[in-house]
Unconditional design. Structure first.
Length: 456
């Protein structure tokens, strides 16, 4: 806690001026400048409002423990009249301060060069200070340092807009650009928002400016939002685009690519493109590349790829989990085709695969191996557990025949099964082993599952 002082002396004020000058040369932020001033002046509360006249913008800075909102501080300003004490500097000492000759609180009104902005600086000291301190040469020097700092901010902003002529000719180009362009000030408020942003996100600039932290609308998860902000600050100016998934106004998830440019006044310009539909198309193509078009099971290439990966993993005994592989073949499928036609055959495959997939869990994968043959991979603890699932599937198939042209077509299958619990097999041996077991199941009367002779 600060020890209270009776009066700030000229040495302390000149030291503050020197420190602020050094700090400003290091491209400090308004918040850091305010914090430095508050510490050196021994104030219990400090806040600052920066108002830009040409752009109808207002920035509010305060210490974390400050109890007043921006709206309350704005009201405080409008309720009082300021008395000029120096060119471009005016002040107000609340009459409620007590002694007419000393005060604990004061608010200054600083006007920047060319009247581009006005800064209101509120100071509440731990101990009362003589009123004449606030008009002393040293204090005016401190206020001029603050005023010149904000003059440079306003001047840079004015030069930036003037160089682009953004308020006139180039504003239309920015607004109508086919890419998203928006700007955030150092308090994460929206100061630029073009039509493409409005189209993609569903929010207008006026609506977003009503929110204290508009980024929460796009990134409601704080951890993810912090990642976005941190990446933007660390990679501003990079030519690489970063993919993020903000939310649309309706809650749907977008896929976007962004690049950032950090301006000297700590405003961040963001340039982005929407690739939501492209990612959806890629997902569809990826799905089509791995899914059988008729049955919607994994296709042959994908089920074999998954099986090969499991076999590779099984070689690591520390990570190995036993699993079974079934090779299923629909019984009398040719008879269905010959009796009912190939359309019925297709519906049979769809019906059978749908029942298979209805039993599918995270530990089970179903793929069409070819024709009426299917591969089923189950992560199970034992062959007995796999046979219980097989029994359940047969009951389901028996209780749910295919209805075709108002006639039931009862389905059954033959299967071979092999247990992989030793982690020393390869894909060729596995398929040969389970295929031989399937062949024996067919030869011994169909409608049954035969276990392979050996574990793999």
């Amino acid at each position: 806690m600060h020890s209270p002082i009776r009066t700030l002396n000229s040495i302390q004020l000149l030291s503050l001026v020197s420190q602020l000058t050094d700090t400003i040369q290091q491209s400090t932020t308004p918040y850091e400048l305010l914090k430095k001033s508050s510490t050196q002046l021994h104030t219990s509360a400090t806040w600052l409002i920066e108002q830009y006249h040409k752009w109808d913008e207002c920035h509010f800075f305060s210490e974390p423990h400050h109890q007043f909102s921006e709206q309350q501080c704005q009201q405080y300003i409008h309720q009082h009249t300021f008395q000029a004490c120096h060119p471009k500097i005016a002040f107000h000492i609340p009459s409620s301060s007590g002694n007419h000759f000393e005060s604990k609180e004061v608010i200054f009104k600083l006007t920047t060069r060319e009247n581009l902005s006005t800064v209101y600086l509120y100071l509440n000291f731990y101990s009362s200070q003589p009123n004449h301190l606030f008009t002393s040469t040293e204090f005016i020097l401190f206020l001029n340092i603050v005023r010149l700092y904000f003059s440079e901010r306003a001047n840079f902003k004015n030069n930036f807009f003037h160089s682009l002529n953004i308020r006139e000719f180039y504003q239309d180009i920015v607004d109508d650009a086919p890419i998203m362009i928006y700007a955030l000030d150092e308090q994460q408020k929206i100061v630029m928002w073009n039509k493409q942003c409005e189209h993609i996100f569903g929010w207008s600039k006026q609506e977003l400016q009503e929110f204290e932290q508009p980024l929460k609308l796009f990134y409601p998860d704080k951890k993810y939002r912090d990642q976005v902000l941190q990446h933007s600050q660390q990679n501003a100016g990079s030519k690489q685009l970063k993919e993020w998934n903000p939310l649309h106004r309706d809650g749907s998830i977008l896929t976007t690519l962004w690049a950032q440019l950090l301006l000297p006044d700590h405003t961040t310009l963001n340039f982005g493109i929407d690739i939501t539909e492209q990612r959806k198309a890629e997902k569809i193509l990826k799905t089509r590349a791995s899914i059988d078009g008729l049955t919607q099971c994994l296709n042959r290439d994908e089920i074999l790829h998954q099986l090969e990966q499991l076999l590779q993993s099984s070689k690591n005994q520390d990570l190995h989990q036993p699993f079974c592989v079934f090779m299923l073949d629909l019984d009398h499928f040719k008879m269905i085709n010959d009796t009912w036609g190939h359309l019925a055959g297709d519906k049979t495959l769809v019906h059978f695969s749908k029942l298979l997939r209805s039993h599918s869990q995270k530990t089970m994968m179903v793929g069409r191996f070819g024709g009426e043959e299917f591969l089923v991979i189950m992560k199970v603890a034992s062959i007995n557990e796999a046979m219980e699932i097989d029994h359940t599937l047969r009951n389901t198939l028996s209780n749910h025949p295919l209805i075709y042209q108002n006639q039931p077509i009862e389905l059954n299958y033959s299967a071979g099964v092999v247990l992989i619990d030793q982690g020393n097999g390869n894909l060729t041996n596995l398929l040969a082993s389970v295929d031989q077991a399937l062949y024996r199941a067919k030869k011994s009367g169909r409608g049954r599952t035969i276990q392979a002779d050996q574990h793999i």
